[in-house]
Design a protein around this ligand. Structure first.
Ligand SMILES: CCCCCCCCCCCCCCCC(=O)SCCNC(=O)CCNC(=O)[C@H](O)C(C)(C)COP(=O)(O)OP(=O)(O)OC[C@H]1O[C@@H](n2cnc3c(N)ncnc32)[C@H](O)[C@@H]1OP(=O)(O)O
Length: 197
């Protein structure tokens, strides 16, 4: 991982400037297998960046199955009173999926994310989040995740399709954004079905 000098010209939560982004992605290292604690994607990442006071500051580890994290949502993430906002839950799961890339060793981004909110995720309550690679077909990574409470009840499941991209995806993001075309319909948008929780 590369170290980043705080940018004094932008708000504290702003991401790296373009030239810093290039440094960031070019030096993105595959975390060695013996490293159980995985590094944040970058210091300001909304999901895991330690320098983002509005973020979730997720701390993620890997095990034999994939990656996992222990996490509590707090009042910054409230939706209905005492319940985490569904978007905040999605943020954390998307970011958790992003940690599987350390085990793949390639760059990829979310193309599709699907979440089943089985039970409310409560604020100030400890949860365990787990994610693993279900299958890979070429550039397509089919990923799965769960959130369970301390009673081993699964309260959320998620599937995602990540697509492997090359480094230019990050080096020329504005170009890529303008190159986007109308969405394509995909009959298999949800990917493989989840197992029962
Ligand atoms: C080395 C160290 C590693 C660590 C490395 C860290 C990296 C850094 C991490 C940053 C932190 C992460 C944080 C969390 C993850 C985000 O939050 S990522 C941000 C959110 N996602 C984005 O911004 C992505 C925006 N989308 C895009 O840029 C483009 O759509 C993509 C994803 C690059 C794909 O573009 P494309 O290559 O033109 O894709 P396209 O040809 O349409 O489809 C490719 C294939 O997928 C299929 N497909 C597409 N959509 C679907 C679907 N919904 N269902 C089924 N199939 C589909 C297509 O049919 C096609 O299949 P084939 O014809 O090849 O068989």
């Amino acid at each position: 991982m590369t170290e980043h000098t705080p940018n004094t010209n932008t708000p504290e939560t702003a991401g790296p400037e373009p030239f810093e982004a290039e440094d960031w992605i070019r030096t993105f290292a595959v975390a060695p297998p013996e490293h159980v604690d995985l590094p944040p994607h970058h210091p300001h990442c909304l999901g895991c960046g330690p320098a983002n006071p509005h973020g979730h500051q997720l701390r993620v580890r890997r095990d034999a199955h994939g990656v996992y994290a222990h996490h509590s949502f707090d009042s910054r993430h409230v939706g209905a009173p005492a319940i985490a906002h569904g978007g905040a839950v999605a943020t954390v799961l998307d970011d958790l999926f992003g940690f599987l890339l350390y085990t793949v060793g390639e760059l990829a981004v979310t193309r599709h994310l699907a979440i089943d909110y089985l039970a409310p995720v409560l604020l100030d309550t400890p949860y365990t989040l787990r994610s693993h690679i279900h299958s890979r077909a070429g550039r397509k990574l089919h990923l799965r995740a769960t959130i369970e409470n301390n009673h081993a009840h699964v309260v959320t499941t998620a599937t995602a399709l990540f697509l492997i991209v090359d480094i230019d995806h990050f080096l020329t993001p504005r170009h890529n954004a303008s190159a986007a075309t109308a969405p394509t319909t995909h009959e298999d948008q949800q990917g493989p079905q989840m197992d029962s929780p």
